[in-house]
Design a protein around this ligand. Structure first.
Ligand code: ADP
Ligand code: MG
Length: 705
């Protein structure tokens, strides 16, 4: 029987009822689909232990012994059953059950195989809810070999008698058919060249591995296949787009670029900045449209790279727009750029939500006539009445704040799409970039301008408040400035409304406490609930050094540049994600002074929070932090993927742990497409089939470029 066409209900141990549950819960139809439900873990049942071997709570163990005594204790909710279990050495341990007592049938004096995970309770080990299997024949002690697979099941499945054990039995029942072999989904030459296990062997061993080594091989084959098809898809699409998308040619390095570079640039470019400018220039002369992601840690000098590229565009007769996610940031870019270009004849203008109608009436026609060279702004740039004469380059700063649709709208501002440079300070782990932004080229600024002292990060609990206040005092006495950041979610839905109120109250009372503690200082407060005028005023007061302490929410997270600020205090740091904390820390360490980031949390921490704090203290490297974030939260929750989700479903491979395999899969896909871009060769026909079966998400990625 071909497992590909065998219906679920005809599989041993399934039947029509359970088939229906499986279909509803897991969206599967065939025996082969069952084989693609991979175990989430394996337990080594090849080894028997003794009670005296127990040393931790982490390991499952199996022990042979007898139950010497059974008792039911307590009543009602506290009712439980306990048993004393003795092994072959005569050592004993307590077993305990809290639930399902009516189903338990435990006999004393007969031998059992106990299987479970020990727990440590009241200064000693016991087993809660262990499996007990009566030994009726000597064989039971010999036949259990190798690794036992365990399967995820849902509540609905469990109530339909499809628990972990039942799933194991059902899948075991498919093995005889499977062993006769099923057609491979990859061509023979491909399997051979990449040293992969054939599909049949992989499926057998992913469920019932004879040993750990063969399990590894099986996993590797299945992961590799999954990653390979995703990369094949991405690269094929990207190639097609590249062939189609003609880009503006910008071959000239002209007057403006050279004048700025040789006469106005206030410092030497870092090696990384230089390299990235060269990469972008290569795109400008290629005749193809550029779609480039520029990653660089906070303070690495991305703005300058954007400016240099804008000047290249201007030299070639094109306009540039630079889009920032907040008004504060757009203003700041405008100031930076106009200051740097002071004395040059480049026309730079600002357009935000606060730009007055009167100014707009003059600005928009000028833009349309091509009199404006560089337009800096916010979302206001996307509006339909903003028309360029000749838009050649779009720079999107801090891209994760923009949705896909908004970007697509910008792209459409020309008949021919402009070159796109997307800049982000939230480094995206390479694996994620290759999967989510597979069609973007990636540049990295991995070097900070010279003379920066790394920020020192400390993690304190709030009981040390007094000490921290003293530290703030010291720093302010030295002429430094201090950020104090509170978490504040701003959500519309009701449930979060309460949380928002509470957090706002925390922020305000924190502000009041600080005002009270430091009556001699000027203190600013900004948060998203304030009116924009007041917010801007206070940001400016702080930026100009007129206030010493800024109490704020994450509105300051993105891009704000106050070099004199040397202390970042994060209240309730456990409420922030890793990348957010890293962004916040990037607000300090911008001047020549030693800077500090102090993370404040409660005394009791969850394991996850402790890890996040430890990582922050241990490293300043944004890429390492992004990797750690990926490990802790999984790819779906990372910024950059939140709005759009991952474009591909993955069953077995993980972006967090299978980076090397992904790189290899990508290389292989690349090589194949170079030879056969449309997968038209007969030897690649299976690959084409696999590609068409790939479950793609609904996101239309062609919109982006
Ligand atoms: P980010 O990459 O976070 O956007 P910015 O572009 O704001 O960083 O740059 C941070 C600071 O570093 C700015 O004050 C900028 O003027 C300065 N800077 C940029 N490039 C250099 C350089 N090559 N040498 C010295 N300072 C630089
Ligand atoms: Mg920036």
């Amino acid at each position: 029987m071909d497992l590909r066409y065998k219906e679920l209900k005809y599989c041993k141990g399934v039947g029509p009822k359970r088939a229906e549950i499986l279909r509803k819960e897991l969206h599967i139809d065939t025996a082969l689909d069952l084989l693609y439900l991979f175990p989430y873990k394996y337990i080594d049942r090849s080894h028997f232990s003794y009670i005296r071997d127990i040393s931790s709570e982490d390991e499952y163990m199996q022990i042979v012994g007898i139950v010497v005594d059974v008792q039911t204790v307590g009543t009602g909710k506290t009712k439980r059953m306990t048993a004393e279990f003795a092994d072959r050495n005569g050592d004993t341990i307590e077993l305990v059950w809290f639930k399902g007592l009516q189903y338990l049938k435990i006999e004393t004096g007969v031998p059992y195989i106990l299987f479970g995970k020990p727990s440590f309770f009241n200064h000693t080990f016991n087993f809660a809810h262990p499996d007990l299997e009566k030994i009726v024949s000597q064989e039971q002690l010999q036949t259990r070999c190798g690794l036992e697979p365990h399967y995820n099941t849902s509540e609905k499945m469990k109530s339909g008698a499809l628990n972990d054990k039942a799933m194991r039995t059902i899948i075991q029942g498919l093995m005889p058919d499977l062993k006769e072999g099923i057609p491979d989904t990859l061509p023979d030459w491909f399997i051979e060249e990449n040293h992969l296990l054939p599909l049949t062997d992989s499926l057998i061993n992913i469920h019932f591995p004879a040993n750990g080594r063969i399990l590894q091989k099986a996993k590797e084959r299945l992961k590799f296949e999954e990653l390979f098809f995703i990369q094949l898809q991405i690269l094929k699409q990207a190639k097609r787009q590249q062939m189609q998308s003609v880009g503006f040619r910008m071959p000239i390095v002209g007057r403006n670029f050279n004048n700025f570079y040789y006469n106005y640039l206030p410092f030497q470019l870092t090696g990384a900045q230089m390299r990235v400018v060269k990469e972008i220039r290569a795109d400008f002369v290629s005749g193809k449209q550029m779609n480039r992601l520029l990653q660089g840690d906070v303070g690495s000098g991305k703005t300058l790279v954007a400016l240099l590229c804008s000047l290249l565009a201007v030299d070639n007769g094109f306009q540039t727009c630079i889009m920032a996610p907040t008004e504060i940031l757009a203003n700041q870019h405008f100031l930076t750029v106009t200051q740097m270009l002071r004395g040059m004849s480049v026309n730079v203008r600002l357009l935000t939500g606060s730009t007055k109608q009167k100014e707009r009436r003059e600005l928009l026609p000028a833009l349309q006539k091509g009199e404006i060279d560089i337009l800096i702004g916010t979302h206001a740039l996307i509006e339909d009445n903003v028309v360029f004469a000749n838009l050649g380059l779009v720079v999107v700063d801090e891209q994760h704040r923009f949705g896909v649709a908004q970007r697509a709208k910008l792209w459409a501002k020309n008949l021919q799409p402009p070159h796109i440079l997307v800049m982000t300070a939230t480094p995206i782990p390479r694996t994620l970039a290759m999967t989510v932004y597979g069609d973007l080229s990636v540049s990295v600024i991995d070097e900070l301008p010279p003379g920066r002292k790394p920020v020192r990060t400390l993690h304190y609990n709030i009981q040390r408040r007094q000490q921290i206040d003293n530290f703030i005092e010291q720093q302010v006495e030295k002429g430094r400035q201090v950020y104090v950041v509170f978490p504040l979610i701003e959500k519309r839905d009701k449930k979060n409304k309460e949380e928002e109120q509470k957090q706002l109250a925390d922020l305000v009372s924190g502000y009041e406490r600080i005002c009270h503690r430091f009556p001699e200082y000027n203190i600013s407060m900004v948060h998203g609930k304030m009116n924009p005028k007041e917010k801007d005023l206070h940001m400016r007061l702080f930026a100009e050094g007129k206030t010493q302490i800024l109490v704020a929410t994450t509105v300051i997270e993105v891009g704000v540049n106050v070099p004199n600020a040397s202390v970042m205090i994060v209240e309730n740091a456990d409420r922030f994600g890793l990348s957010q904390l890293h962004q916040l820390r990037g607000r300090v360490g911008r001047g020549a002074d030693q800077s500090y980031c102090i993370l404040l949390t409660d005394f009791a921490l969850s394991k996850d929070t402790r890890k996040r704090m430890d990582i922050m203290v241990a490293t300043n490297d944004g890429f390492r932090i992004a990797e750690a974030d990926l490990q802790l939260r999984g790819p779906g929750d990372l910024e950059g993927t939140q709005q759009s989700g991952l474009p591909f479903e993955m069953h077995i491979a993980s972006l967090a742990t299978d980076g090397q395999l992904l790189e290899k899969a990508r290389r292989v896909a690349q090589t194949i497409l170079e030879e056969d871009p449309e997968l038209a060769l007969p030897k690649n026909s299976l690959l084409q089939t696999g590609l068409s079966k790939l479950k793609n998400s609904t996101t239309d990625w062609s919109e982006i470029s």
